[in-house]
Design a protein around this ligand. Structure first.
Ligand code: G6P
Ligand code: ZN
Length: 553
């Protein structure tokens, strides 16, 4: 069989292949070095496993886009050919192959498609020696649940062939529709649907007035990643912020050699701009694919855990959430600040495993409106991904309505709810066996910990977190070690599910301070006793050879 289009012969092809080891999607899709993805058949096997297991995608519309990192365009060409050969009827592709992760979720939902394939390794560095990633999002717009990723993985282990089309590359830079094989490829503006959604949620007039007041100075750092074009359109064009408000707004394939992770370690320049005599009033940043956010005020950093709590407490001030929120969810290692807000508001609060996919069912079922994670992710039921710019606009909307600074809003929040001091210590690229050994060592200790005195704290409970999804009853085990103390303090140990080199050990520490007189203490100093307990209990130095964490946020 051959199909004729515009005089071109397009031959469907069935290519023989053999399975690759290790195509199991992690916390957020399959992430590997670019070199791994570039092996012949590697990407193709994974994509075919998606089509083989997600059979309703054929015959419908599929969204395709990515964060623009190195290999994005090549991967999209491969995916489009394979989609056409696998019977997909229509592909919606962001111009230039660009779609931020939240924008992809928005497009999947708005056009009621059968799902999407997102190309990104999120905040991991890009370029020929950097990382690449691929994930499948379901029709609801969110990352595939574990049942789906397990099925895809299982398929990659038995795959024998994949289907593709022998055809020239599609022009990704011209808006409009072209046809490859029997599939329409519609190149869409990657920004407009998303920008429209933001306008429907936030009070753009109020934010515009804040920008026009002449006394408010802000910068948004796009870190040379995907949010550049989104932030320029929304913050500078639609909201009228001065040109130059968006820093590093040009999206580059290697993110300018940077590490597009918006945190205190990787967004140093921006942090510096919010300190010192000439400090900005507001600073914010997003990551490689636009789903993470960091919020800074003048000389102040809002932890993602506090951010979720503040947004929950103030949601009624924002048009999109005026009716109030239904419930809140946070990932297990995220601080319990949001729990206190939920309690006062009289709404449900859920503790889920790390990974945005665990919020999907709760959002779909209307049990929660807002959700967030300590890993710089915040979002709501407007899409099914966390959303960096959304969080920034939410904060701007609050600043405009409350006419207060970020630090005033925070201080007031803590006075009302108490403060959950919080920090995360990361030990990166640790020997994988040593890291597993450390976790096993902790697991062995667990049964004997309750009631024990550690430093000045008494252990109330110690477990390996397991979660039963309240909507579909699915069970996820071994999601991280929790040690809770009588004082309300907590230590959590977890191995990262997103790293691509060795293992990354994360230690999350938190304690509750009701006394406003003590709310301005230095976090690391105040945390010192808990930090010592964590290091001793896990025998970190002896087992990893590390005496200090690589990253403290
Ligand atoms: C990705 C996911 C987040 C998750 C984070 C955890 O960013 O989208 O939902 O919180 O990974 O990363 P980690 O490296 O701690 O597994
Ligand atoms: Zn991301």
């Amino acid at each position: 069989m051959s199909i004729h289009v515009k005089g071109l012969k397009m031959q469907p092809q069935v290519i023989a292949t053999t399975p690759f080891e290790g195509q199991r999607p992690g916390t957020s899709g399959l992430r590997k070095k670019v070199g791994v993805f570039r092996q012949p058949h590697y990407l193709e096997n994974f994509v075919q496993a998606i089509f083989d297991t997600q059979t309703d995608v054929a015959g419908g519309t599929l969204v395709v886009g990515g964060d623009g990192r190195y290999y994005n365009r090549e991967a999209i060409q491969t995916i489009l050919r394979m989609a056409a050969a696998n019977g997909v009827k229509r592909a919606l592709v962001g111009r230039g192959g660009i779609l931020s992760t939240p924008a992809a979720s928005c497009v999947i939902r708005k056009y009621r498609t059968r799902g999407g394939i997102i190309l990104s390794a999120s905040h991991n560095p890009g370029g020929p020696d950097g990382d690449f990633g691929i994930k499948f999002n379901i029709a609801a717009g969110g990352p595939a649940p574990e049942s789906v990723t397990d099925a895809i993985f299982a398929r990659t282990q038995t795959i024998r062939e994949y289907r593709t089309l022998d055809c020239p590359a599609t022009d990704l830079d011209e808006l409009g529709t072209v046809r490859i094989g029997d599939m329409d490829v519609e190149i869409i503006d990657p920004v407009s649907d998303y920008a429209e959604l933001m306008e429907s949620l936030f009070d753009f007039n109020a934010i515009h007035q804040l920008f026009n007041s002449g006394i408010f100075r802000m910068r948004f750092d796009a870190m040379h990643a995907v949010t550049g074009p989104y932030a320029k359109e929304i913050i500078e064009t639609r909201l009228g912020a001065a040109p130059g408000t968006v820093l590093n707004g040009e999206a580059l394939e290697d993110f300018g050699g940077g590490h597009p992770d918006p945190n205190l370690a990787h967004a140093k320049e921006l942090v510096a701009m919010t300190e010192g005599p000439d400090a900005l009033d507001f600073g914010a940043a997003s990551d490689g694919d636009g789903d993470r956010n960091m919020i800074l005020g003048k000389k102040c950093f809002v932890t993602p855990s506090d951010s979720l709590a503040v947004l929950a407490a103030n949601a009624h001030l924002v048009p999109g959430y005026r009716a109030g929120i239904r419930g809140v969810a946070r990932s297990m290692p995220t601080s319990q600040a949001a729990d206190r807000v939920a309690e006062q508001l009289g709404v449900e609060c859920f503790e889920t495993p790390t990974g945005w996919k665990f919020f999907g069912n709760l959002l779909d079922a209307g049990r929660i409106t807002l959700c967030g994670e300590e890993s710089f992710g915040t979002g709501s039921d407007h899409v099914r991904e966390k959303d960096g710019l959304w969080a920034v606009l939410f904060w701007l909307n609050l600043l405009a309505v409350r006419q207060q600074s970020v630090s005033e809003i925070l201080a007031e929040h803590w006075r009302r709810f108490g403060r959950n001091f919080y920090t995360r210590h990361d030990y990166e690229a640790v020997d994988a066996t040593a890291a597993e050994g450390l976790m096993d060592h902790l697991r062995i200790l667990l049964p004997g910990l309750a009631g024990r005195q550690l430093g000045e704290q008494t252990v109330r409970y110690a477990d390996d977190f397991a979660y039963t999804d309240p909507i579909d009853g699915s069970r996820s085990e071994r999601q991280g070690i929790r040690i809770g103390f009588e004082s309300g303090a907590r230590i959590v140990f977890r191995l990262s599910g997103t790293g691509t080199e060795g293992a990354t050990l994360r230690i999350y520490l938190e304690f509750f301070e009701p006394d406003p007189e003590r709310h301005l203490q230095d976090t690391q100093e105040a945390m010192q006793p808990l930090i010592l307990i964590a290091r001793e209990l896990a025998q970190i130095e002896a087992r990893t050879g590390r005496s200090e964490p690589d990253v403290v946020t």
